[in-house]
Design a protein around this ligand. Sequence first.
Ligand SMILES: O=C(O)CCC(=O)C(=O)O
Ligand SMILES: [Fe+2]
Length: 187
Amino acid sequence: MACEILEMVADGLKIQPRNVLSKLMTDERSDSVFRLNHYPPCPDVVQSLKANVIGFGEHTDPQIISVLRSNNTSGLQISLRDGSWISVPPDHHSFFINVGDSLQVMTNGRFKSVKHRVVANSVKSRLSMIYFCGPPLSEKIAPLPSLMRGDQQSLYKEFTWFEYKTSAYTSRLADNRLMHFEKIAAS
Ligand SMILES: O=C(O)CCC(=O)C(=O)O
Ligand SMILES: [Fe+2]
């Protein structure tokens, strides 16, 4: 399914070949990961604090895309441009597809990796499973040449997936991990 989505993304962007993104995850060296998260209910804390108890702190996903499925318990929220948070309705029949930092770079910022977090539910436990499509470690993460028009420049310095991961290990979850790879605009 993740492959199909990446091929539909390529179609939508009108780029060839169709597997320009999906081949990164079908590659036998692909660094994809599957994660299961369990958030037990937090009744006392939520009620006594009358505030959000964070189950998973705010962050962007590093990979290309993330394919998430959860049970029927709410908790996942995404951050809007104005900094406010909105809830993603839980639906155990649907998949939630998230753009990761790598796809943001590969589309030179056209697709944005959106900040998200999970807040604890006071009554029910939340279960989620996520498939993160990661490229091979040696893969250069750079805007797809077929997307670059005229003299358009990359917004990012060149780096490999391994370099991104190494740099991410020294950062905090909420940090913009692409910051080290952004080109500084000349003034
Ligand atoms: O559990 C969720 O709904 C989201 C978890 C998440 O964002 C992650 O594992 O990267
Ligand atoms: Fe995430």
